[in-house]
Design a binder for this molecule. Structure first.
Ligand code: OOG
Ligand code: MG
Length: 263
């Protein structure tokens, strides 16, 4: 831990303002090269406190990111990160969202899970996660780094709440024993052209893995993932830039499909 409480507050405000003004900024490690991993999550927590002070309730909204090889290669990093979803970022399935609501939006094909019981680490593993999942959903994340050209390192992106901006969910599907989240096919299309075909196993071997990792990360702060939590497990393939006029369709085998339009 190297940042003072006032630096943490100042950086959270800088990132919050950049998002509100849809303005890209330089990555914060340029100015604070010695900041620690705990500092990065302290900034993210301060950012969450600012957003919650405006009336948002983020307590049940979690996301994992950088959980597939394709995403790690695309962003030049080697480890997953965790953040929260903003309630007002949700766009209805089949709905429209203005491209101008973002700085430089990209879309990601993800599997989302909703828990029926809490998950608490340390030692949380895939079996615990599978026993706790209530529903699964097709999920599209609309990411929007607050950093110029999506140019960041892991600490900067954690502080920036892992580029979280928007999200779209398909219809919830009851999770049944035997439902295979690793071998299900995932197809994303933009304007009817296929941009990715991948399987659930692209997400760290199984999308339950990042959920277990999140529970174990929270345990270090004596926190847990509460019952009822929604978790986006991370892009299974590289993120794709979108612009006004684009339509995105995402289908996942056994879970259904969703679509969203940017105007
Ligand atoms: C960081 C966020 C990544 C995912 O699903 O991998 C993410 C970024 O690439 O900007 O949400
Ligand atoms: Mg994502």
């Amino acid at each position: 831990m190297t940042l003072s409480t006032s630096d943490v507050a100042m950086l959270a405000e800088r990132l919050d303002q950049a998002a509100l003004e849809r303005r890209a900024i330089a990555k914060i490690t340029n100015e604070f090269p010695d900041m620690g991993w705990d500092d990065a999550y302290r900034i993210q927590d301060a950012l969450k406190a600012r957003i919650e002070a405006r009336g948002a309730d983020c307590r049940l909204l979690f996301k994992a990111g950088l959980t597939s090889r394709a995403k790690m290669v695309q962003m030049g990093v080697s480890e997953p990160v965790f953040g929260f979803l903003k309630p007002d970022g949700q766009v209805g399935n089949g709905g429209t969202t203005p491209a101008t609501a973002y700085i430089h939006p990209r879309v990601e094909a993800e599997i989302a899970v909703r828990l029926k019981r809490p998950l608490k680490g340390p030692g949380c593993h895939v079996g615990d996660v599978l026993a706790a999942i209530d529903e699964v959903m097709v999920a599209l994340e609309i990411i929007d780094s607050r950093y110029e050209n999506f140019n960041f390192d892991l600490k900067s992106v954690i502080a920036d709440n892992t580029s979280a901006a928007g999200w779209v969910l398909g219809e919830p599907v009851r999770f049944r024993p035997g439902m295979d989240l690793a071998h299900c096919g995932i197809v994303m299309r933009i304007n009817d052209a296929i941009v990715s075909t991948v399987a659930g196993s692209a997400v760290l071997g199984h999308p339950a893995v990042p959920v277990a990792m999140l529970a174990n990360l929270l345990a270090a702060q004596d926190r847990e993932i509460p019952a009822g939590a929604l978790i986006l497990t991370g892009g299974a393939s590289a993120a794709c830039a979108v612009k006004a006029g684009d339509r995105v369709d995402l289908a996942i085998q056994g879970m259904g499909a969703l679509s969203v339009h940017f105007n």
